[in-house]
Design a protein. Structure first.
Length: 131
């Protein structure tokens, strides 16, 4: 990466070409959580379409959450917010198209030491609002 010495708060040895970082995750665990379709937020919606998402058998019935034992004990499907960008579906009615999930986040002020890992998809249906 390039560093501007005038604005960077870091002192960088320009002879260093690479470095290794080791992170100890031994105290963290994982668990799977079934996501809920009621927690889906559709991004970039067209006003002409209605969207529905099917999460079962799409991989979202096994969202992998990592974190502390205490944090994982508090995680439920209700804590997961799933964002799906539907802009690619806005040109015509779709009977069911597999769409990559834009983001899955944990919605809880009490859970600060957990995170989601993996890539997930959902089957999204776009239907005409007037039909």
């Amino acid at each position: 990466f390039d560093v501007d010495e005038k604005i960077s708060p870091l002192l960088v040895d320009k002879d260093i070409k690479s470095f290794k970082v080791t992170v100890d995750l031994s105290s963290f665990k994982s668990k799977t959580v079934d996501a809920s379709a009621s927690n889906v937020v559709f991004l970039n919606q067209s006003p002409d379409f209605r969207y529905t998402a099917s999460l079962k058998n799409s991989g979202l019935d096994e969202v992998v959450v990592f974190g502390s034992t205490d944090g994982l004990s508090k995680i439920t499907a209700d804590n997961l917010q799933i964002e799906i960008n539907v802009s690619s579906l806005n040109t015509s009615v779709k009977t069911g198209q597999s769409v990559k999930i834009s983001n899955i986040s944990i919605q809880s002020e009490d859970i600060t030491d957990c995170w989601i890992s993996g890539t997930y998809r959902a089957v999204v249906r776009a239907s005409d609002k007037n039909g």
